[in-house]
Design a protein around this ligand. Sequence first.
Ligand SMILES: Nc1ncnc2c1ncn2[C@@H]1O[C@H](COP(=O)(O)OP(=O)(O)OP(=O)(O)O)[C@@H](O)[C@H]1O
Ligand SMILES: [Mg+2]
Length: 391
Amino acid sequence: MRLIIYTGKGGTGKTVNSCSTAIKLADLNNKTLIISSDPAHTLKDAFMTSVVGNKPVKVLDNLYALQIDPVLELAENYGSILSYVASIFSRRGLDETLSYEIAMLPGMTQLFSLLKIEEFIRHQDFDCIIMDMPASGEALRYLYFPKLAGNIGEKLSGFTGVFSGFVKMFQPFSSFAPIPTDVIQIEMNLLKRLELLSKTIIDPKITSLRLIINPDTFSIENAKRALMSANLYGINVDAVIINKIFPREVHNSYFTKWVEYQSTKIEEAKTSFYPLHIIEERFYEKELKGIEMLRENAEAIFNNEDPSRVFYSDKVFEFVKDGSILILKVKAPFTDKDNFDVNRYGDYLAIKILGATGYIVNVIPLPAATITMKLFEVKIHEGRIEVTFKE
Ligand SMILES: Nc1ncnc2c1ncn2[C@@H]1O[C@H](COP(=O)(O)OP(=O)(O)OP(=O)(O)O)[C@@H](O)[C@H]1O
Ligand SMILES: [Mg+2]
C-alpha cells in the first residue's frame, strides 16, 4: 500500500495535483482513494462532479473520493473523552460551553481526519491513498501527533497498567472525577489506532510526503520548514512540485518580469530541495479542473513514471546529537571544498555556494534544539556539509 500526502502553502495546487495523481494511479489499475478534509469541499470542484460525500464514492474505475467531515469523526471517536474532560473543567466552575472549548485540543479535527485513513489501512481496502492536506503549516504538525501521543501513551500505560494517554493527562485537575470505563476503552482503542497510523506514516516504503510550491519566496519558505520538520520526525519527503510556472511564450508582455523572476526562484528551489525529485508544472491557459484536464496534467508532470514510485528515500537533513554537540548533516549539491561558505542568522543557516552562474544561497531553517547552541565547525564529508553546533 502507498500513502501519498500533498502539502504546501495555500493555493499552490495541492488539491488539483492530489486529484491528478489519483487519476493516474487509478488508470494504472491501482484501487485508489483520494481523501480531503477541506471544509470548502474542493474535491467536488476539482472533479466537477457532485459525488463526494462522507463515505468513499466512486468517481472513475478504480478511483474513490472521500470528503471527510472532521467534526463527525471527532464526535464518533472522541466524543466521550471530550465530554469527560469538559466535565472536569465545568465542575471546577467553568461555564460548560467554555469547558468544551478548552478541552478541545488544537488540531484535533485534523488528527481525526488522519485517523480515518487508519481505518482504510487496517482493512487494506486500497492500494493507494492520496491525502490532500488543508493549507497551513500547522496541519502538518498534527501529522506528527501520532508519534507523540503514541509515545506518551506507551509511557503512561507502563506506569499505570490500565490508564494511559489523554485522559490521564487531565487527571491532575480532578481528584474527584473517576474515569468512566467507556472513556478508558475508547482511549485505549484510540492509542492503538494512533500507533498503527504512526508506524505507517514513518515507513518510507509506504508514506511519501510531497511538497507543492509556486516559484515565489513565500511558498518556498513554507515548504522548507515543512521539509525540515518532516526530516526531524522521520517522515519521508520524496518530491517537490513547482507549480504555476509561466511558459516562455508570455515574453514581451505584462508577464515578462514574472518569467525572469520565476526562473530565479526555480533555480533557488532546485538548490534548496536538492536532491529531492523536482517536478515542474506550467501555469495552464485556464483553470486546472475537471477529470480530463487533471488527467492531462498527470501525464505532463509524471511523464511515463508511476506516481506511486518512491522518488527519493534518503534523509535530506540528518541530526546527530552527542552530549552537548549537535551535528547537522545536509546533502550538498557539490563536492568542492573551496566554493561554499556557511553562516548562521538567528534560526537560519545560510549556505552560500558558488555555482556556474554565480552565488546561490541555500537558507536552511534550524531546529529549535540549536537555539541555545553556537555554530562551532563546518566540514564537508562524503557529499554532505556537516555543521557542528555546541552548547
Ligand atoms: N498549473 C495550474 N494551471 C492553472 N490553474 C491552476 C494550476 N494549478 C492550480 N490551479 C488553480 O489554482 C487554484 C488553486 O488550486 P488548488 O485548489 O489545487 O490549490 P490548494 O493548494 O489545494 O489550495 P488550498 O490551500 O485552498 O487548499 C484552483 O483554481 C486551480 O484550478
Ligand atoms: Mg486544497
